[in-house]
Design a protein around this ligand. Structure first.
Ligand SMILES: Nc1ncnc2c1ncn2[C@@H]1O[C@H](COP(=O)(O)OP(=O)(O)OP(=O)(O)O)[C@@H](O)[C@H]1O
Ligand SMILES: [Mg+2]
Length: 456
């Protein structure tokens, strides 16, 4: 916004040559109208003294323009000797001020810095939206690309009755995902019935699943409903499905195909209305090859398969998870205000976490209980949480001999993608300053598109 034509043209030219789409407003009133128009404005360059408006008013108005769109960044242009006005504008929230006569080089530099800032805020906002999306599955945290992919699939199938197979190492959150699917879907008012298939002997498992009639076997003194019937209208969660005996697998397959079960010792089938979600830490394909799992059941269960990545493969999520479990444990044990020290976090980040999220949760609880001060220092980290010494991690072995630049470029690209393009977080994880990160992004020619999480 500039009512001096010559200045307006210079500013317009410079911004245009930087590749921005420019609207020139020759009065404050026109400028405000453009701001409130449909297009949305990222950057405002305004004279501090317009004939019809005070530049401060423009700055203030920009700050109010919240709603769902970005607050525009403002650069004010001041006449000679009005530094006080510039200071007031900065206080009111302007990003920068420029003095007349305008130096084109400085104007260019300032707009570049503003553009960076705008892009950064945009990626923050996008990250926030992704976060909101993941919180739709209450209690399930995960900002990394791999977890966002899981959430995307969950979002796609939550309104269906599709059978889901959840695979993942111990403690990666399989049961949490199963519960979240139940809660997010149309069966949420119905029961969620879990059954651990590994814990029961074959006969007991059959009768737990399908129920039995009185006198079906010795000790069956009364007729009993099984979990399938109990889960009617809701979800049956078959945990450790890989440990189900082959005979039971055959009965389960029949139930899934027909929507009917037969109680042990009964003749007539009973209709059931159940959504089945199964989980295992085993490699079912391998088991199928070895003849230990029925291939047809495997296909039937795997209408949708969710693969939960181990924590060591999504370390970018660790700080957030650690903080979450820390606060949860602190509240539960009446020790609010605990904080994790950077040194302690470093140790947590270098551990392999064979027990995954559950192990992290337990570690955070023990740290809360055993720490003396408010800050959880390195010595509060449980003794077993130590980097594997003397052993080169597989990933590093795989990298040996590759050009260092390629490795660094891939490392930066993947880290940025995992944190949704948030450069501040990425630089924290990589242990370099944001400036260094910016330099490397430029040097490797990484485009913004590559930096963001791809939409699924
Ligand atoms: N993404 C996550 N966000 C928050 N908490 C999580 C997440 N994943 C797991 N947890 C927590 O970690 C613990 C273990 O999760 P869960 O019991 O679902 O794992 P599991 O894969 O079923 O493990 P197992 O194979 O040993 O049965 C739970 O307390 C759960 O709340
Ligand atoms: Mg489990």
């Amino acid at each position: 916004m500039e009512d001096d034509d010559a200045h307006a043209d210079v500013i317009g030219d410079v911004l245009g040559s930087e590749g921005h789409q420019v609207t020139i407003a020759r009065s404050g009133a026109d400028g405000l109208a453009a701001l409130e128009g449909d297009g949305g404005v990222d950057l405002v360059v305004t004279d501090l003294r317009l004939q019809d408006r005070d530049g401060l008013e423009i700055v203030a108005r920009c700050r109010e323009l919240r709603e769902d769109r970005a607050v525009p960044q403002v650069v004010v242009v001041t006449g000679y000797g009005t530094v006080e006005g510039a200071v007031a504008a900065m206080r009111a929230g302007a990003l920068h001020y420029l003095q007349k006569p305008l130096d084109v080089g400085i104007l260019r530099e300032t707009t570049r810095a503003a553009a960076e800032r705008i892009a950064l805020e945009r990626s923050h906002r996008e990250l926030q939206t992704t976060l909101d999306k993941s919180f739709a599955f209450e209690g399930l945290l995960g900002q990394t690309h791999s977890m966002q992919r899981v959430f995307d699939v969950m979002n796609q199938i939550k309104d269906t009755d599709a059978t889901v197979l959840i695979r993942g190492e111990s403690g990666t959150g399989k049961e949490l995902v199963a519960r979240a699917l139940h809660r997010a879907g149309p069966r949420r008012e119905g029961p969620f019935i879990p059954l651990n298939c590994a814990a029961l002997a074959e006969g007991v498992l059959e009768s737990e699943l399908f129920g039995h009639e009185e006198g079906a076997f010795t000790g069956a003194t009364a007729r009993r409903r099984g979990r399938f019937e109990a889960a009617s209208g809701g979800t049956l969660f078959l945990d450790e499905i890989g440990d189900m005996p082959l005979a039971t697998q055959a009965h389960l397959l029949r139930a899934l195909e027909s929507g009917e079960i037969v109680r042990v010792g009964a003749n007539d089938p009973i209709q059931v209305d159940v959504r089945v979600v199964a989980a295992t830490h085993r490699d079912l394909d391998q088991m199928v090859r070895e003849g230990r799992f029925r291939e047809d059941l495997c296909f039937r269960l795997r209408v949708v398969q969710l693969e939960l990545p181990p924590l060591r493969e999504r370390l970018a999520d660790l700080p957030h998870l650690a903080e979450h479990f820390l606060q949860e444990a602190a509240t539960r044990h009446g020790k609010p205000g605990r904080e994790l020290s950077p040194e302690a976090l470093d140790i947590l980040m270098s551990y392999r976490w064979p027990g995954n999220v559950r192990e992290l949760k337990n570690a955070m609880e023990s740290m809360v209980l055993l720490s003396r001060g408010d800050v959880l220092a390195a010595d509060a980290v449980p003794a077993y949480v130590r980097p594997a010494v003397g052993e080169t991690p597989d990933i590093l072995k795989a990298l040996s001999g590759l050009p260092a630049d390629d490795v660094e470029k891939a490392l930066i690209t993947n880290t940025l993608r995992d944190v949704g393009g948030n450069r501040e977080r990425a630089s924290q994880l990589l242990g370099i300053s944001t400036r260094t990160l910016y330099r490397k992004i430029k040097a490797y020619g990484l485009s913004r598109r590559e930096n963001r999480a791809e939409p699924a």
